[in-house]
Design a protein around this ligand. Sequence first.
Ligand code: APR
Length: 236
Amino acid sequence: MLAKMLNEAKHTVIFSGAGMSTESGLPDFRSKQTGLWENVDPIRLASLDAFMNNREEFTQFYHTRLQAIHDYKPHDGHEILGNWEKRGLVQSIITQNVDGFHQQAGSENVAELHGTLRTVHCHSCEKRYPNRDFINGIFKCECGGDLRPSVVLFGEMLPDDEVRTAELETASADLFIVLGSSLSVSPANFFPVEAKQNGAKLVIVNMEATDYDNLADLVINERKIGEVLQEVDAKL
Ligand code: APR
C-alpha cells in the first residue's frame, strides 16, 4: 500500500524524528526505558536556561551527543530515502533530528527544524566552528563569546529559513510520511496536521501509537522503520 502511494504521489515529503536514527545506535527521547528523557529532565540539560545557568551539566550532556554522531552512522533506511530522492520518489525531508544522517546518506533537500549537532556556534557573534572543537574542549569564540551546539534549545525559536522551507514543502505535499516521531513537540508536530488539512495523504510509521494516528490514512505501528523502508523499496 505504501509503495503504491509513493508511486502515485506527485510531491512526497518525509517528516522524520529520532526513531529514524535509533537503528543507527542513537537513542531517541521518549521510548520506554531507552529514551534520553526517560532519565533526565530536558529542561535541566537541553534548554537555554541550562546553557546559561547549568553550564557544566549542559556541556557534559552535549559532549556525549556530539561524540555520538561521530561514533555512529546512517543506516540502510537513511540510504533508501536518499535513493528515493534521486529517483524522484521523495521531494524533500523535514527532520526534527540533529544528527545530519539524512544528508550523510545522500538526501539533499533536508529542512532541519531543530538545527544540527554538526556544528557549534558562538552565542554572541554566531560564528560557526566544527563540532570537534567543542568535543576537544574549546568553549570560547575568538570574540570571547561562549560556544554552544547549533541545535534549537528548549526556550529558543526554530530557525526561520528551515521553518519556511518546511511550510512550503508541507503546502506542496500530496503525500506526507512521518517516520519515527512521537509527534509530541510543537511547533514541529503541526506539519503533519497542516499537510492533512491541505489534502495530502498522511502516513505515520512509528513503533508506538501517536496522538495523530486518527488523522492518518495509513498507520504502521510495531514495525522497525528500517525494515518497513526495505520492504517498500523492494516493491517499487
Ligand atoms: N522504528 C519505528 N519507530 C521507532 C523506532 C524504530 N526503529 N525507534 C523508535 N521509534 C519511535 C518511538 O516509538 C517513538 O515514539 O520513534 C518515536 C520517537 O519519538 P521521540 O523520542 O519523542 O522523538 P521525536 O518525536 O523526534 O522528538 C521530537 O523532542 O526533545 C525534543 O528536540 C527533540 O527533536 C526532538 C523532539
